[in-house]
Design a protein. Sequence first.
Length: 488
Amino acid sequence: MQLDKDLQSIQEVRGLIAQARQAQRVLARMSQAELDKITAAISVAAAEHARRLADMAVEETGFGRKADKELKNRFAALTLYDAIKDERTHGILAENREKRIVDIGVPVGVVAGLVPSTNPTSTVIYKAMICMKAGNPIIFSPHPSAVSCITETVNVVRRAAESAGAPAGAVSCITTPTLEATQALMKHEHTRLILATGGSAMVRSAYSSGTPAIGVGAGNGPAYIHRTADVNRAVRRILDSKTFDNGTVCASEQSIIVTRELEGAVTAALKAQGAYLLDREETEKLSRFILRPNGTMNPAIVGKSVETVAKLAGLERVPPSARVLVARETGVGRGHPYSSEKLGLILAYYVEEDEEAVLRRCVEILEWEGAGHTFAIHAEDEGVVRRFAQEVPASRVLVNTAASLGGIGATTCLFPALTLGCGAVGGSSSSNNIGPLDLINIKRAAWGVRELEDLRQGASAVPGQLCGAEAVPGLEQLVEQLLRRLRV
């Protein structure tokens, strides 16, 4: 009897989880060197197939640019690898002889990896690498509109991992993606962690599943150009950032904000560098296509060229050379679609009377959508930078850089990542650029330094004397025993 698609997909999930649990038992007994070998193999294979997978992603989804997709694949394969290759994630991580504590890294277990359609192949490479580095099997749940390119990327990663010693089932993917399958994966009793990258509804579903989750909220970062900035350079960075992969990176700028005194210079720079500033009628026309009736982003504008978006909205005067569509905006929230996240070549443009008004507007935008994600500022005044960094509700404050690339750690020294936590203010469990150290638990072996009688006699009042640097008898032998136990 042929099972219905939803039942078939749920049964597939159960089988994948059973295989992943078997793989977990093997991975948990591996040494750091063995896990590092697997991670290195994935890096090499992903870099080798970067262009082919990028082409598949654009052809299947219609989002972004092939060259930029390839760059993101290489970033995940090579830049990430360079950042994590020497990290200790497994076994003895640290010894504090003064406090007599040994930290031991252990894998969290089976990970559910939810993959978006905007960055499908690079997300698979990235999540597979950080999971293998941490010793966790991962089961991918692909976005329905990117199944082929995601499945092929998983196959590339899986073959590389297994050739380097990873057990079967360490990297796998749902081949019949349904909502029911994703729910079954997230809620399964043996799924230990969800890595959720995608739309806000999916991330909320991950957090409500009952399984620990690391998810990201919407990006809606404002970019403030301060009067001390090099205006032409700031505009160049913003336009280069927004046009990278046609705006599909969640850290990309969504609005430009300036004070009245800088309006003329910024407007001139935008026009000179290829931005098309919409008039009032054109702004109204395009506004109807940014959001769907339910208030969510319209996929028809996501990752598309300016020409495609202009044709959709009936904008007949937009020249073929236009890089980005820029619309003047004066409000935030319902009735102001330009104030929301737009993962395409559209920017809102706010002009405020003074710096206090700019700060209020930046906070208002982020609190409407994008809280905890990313804020960009272009300024040479360090005092202004520090003030805004302290005031805006963003986990990443990017200074004098292209936000889409700075946020993921390509043009900054932030950890290179394609899952960007938004912290508690953004409804996320972490504000980190997520890496392998977010995917392990740390056990601690702690030696006793006082007795109950000591506490009764007031010894707890002088912890420095009790937790001094005095050598612990047999500490080295005990640490070696712990290491041997982990390798068994």
